[in-house]
Design a protein around this ligand. Structure first.
Ligand SMILES: N[C@@H](CCC(=O)N[C@@H](CS)C(=O)NCC(=O)O)C(=O)O
Length: 198
């Protein structure tokens, strides 16, 4: 069996999502640093982002493609629901994370705070992040997992972002104000796929 290699850095949320998928499936993987910006890395990821994947002849970039491959190419528990509606809900949540949550929470707030950007900018971004978390908390409703009653790729996509939120005192307070999101995050953060990739 070929070695599955992920190219990325451990702190990257999207790389963690791919690593979590490997752990959930019981697939051994090797984590290699992404040579972001180096011309040779374009062969793995033409847009110079992480993660990228190689597995035998297979070369993939974009997290949603990578985690579908990991789920479908290997034995182990299915990480995608079987009904069309729940599968679409899963895809909807993945799209929410990549189109809105990552940008609002990580790019604009967490990274700004980590880089000690001007306090006013951070405060503004924190306000927007809190509003976004409140919005998605309402969308989660009383669902056990994001896509319904089973863990799915959507939860693996959201969890690393929420880990950053929960790790910041102000973010922990935001999470406490979001009971539905906190419930889902509590369930995912108790799993080996989360604890083994932190
Ligand atoms: N659309 C890409 C986004 C990947 C992405 O933005 N990854 C971040 C790390 S979490 C990255 O590569 N950041 C480095 C950079 O933008 O230079 C995916 O779904 O994989």
């Amino acid at each position: 069996m070929s070695q599955l290699t992920l190219y990325g850095f451990a702190p990257s949320t999207y790389t963690r999502t791919a690593r979590m998928a490997c752990v959930e499936k019981g697939v051994p993987y090797d984590l290699q640093p992404s040579a972001l910006g180096k011309p040779a890395y374009a062969a793995l990821h033409p847009f110079h982002k992480m993660p990228a994947l190689t597995h035998g002849d297979v070369r993939l970039f974009e997290t949603m493609a990578i985690i579908r491959y990991i789920d479908e190419a290997f034995d182990g528990p299915a990480l995608q629901p079987s009904t069309p509606a729940a599968r679409a809900r899963m895809a909807q949540w993945e799209s929410v994370v990549s189109s809105y949550t990552y940008r609002t929470v990580i790019s604009k707030w967490v990274l700004a705070a980590m880089h000690n950007n001007p306090a006013e900018q951070i405060a503004e971004a924190a306000k927007a992040a809190a509003a976004h978390l409140t919005l998605i908390d309402g969308l989660v409703g009383d669902s056990a997992w994001l896509a319904g009653d089973q863990l799915s790729l959507a939860d693996l996509t959201m969890a690393p972002v929420l880990a950053y939120v929960a790790g910041i005192p102000e973010g922990a307070a935001m999470m406490a104000a979001c009971p539905n999101l906190s419930r889902v995050y509590g369930a995912i953060s108790a799993r080996e796929s989360f604890t083994a990739t932190g």
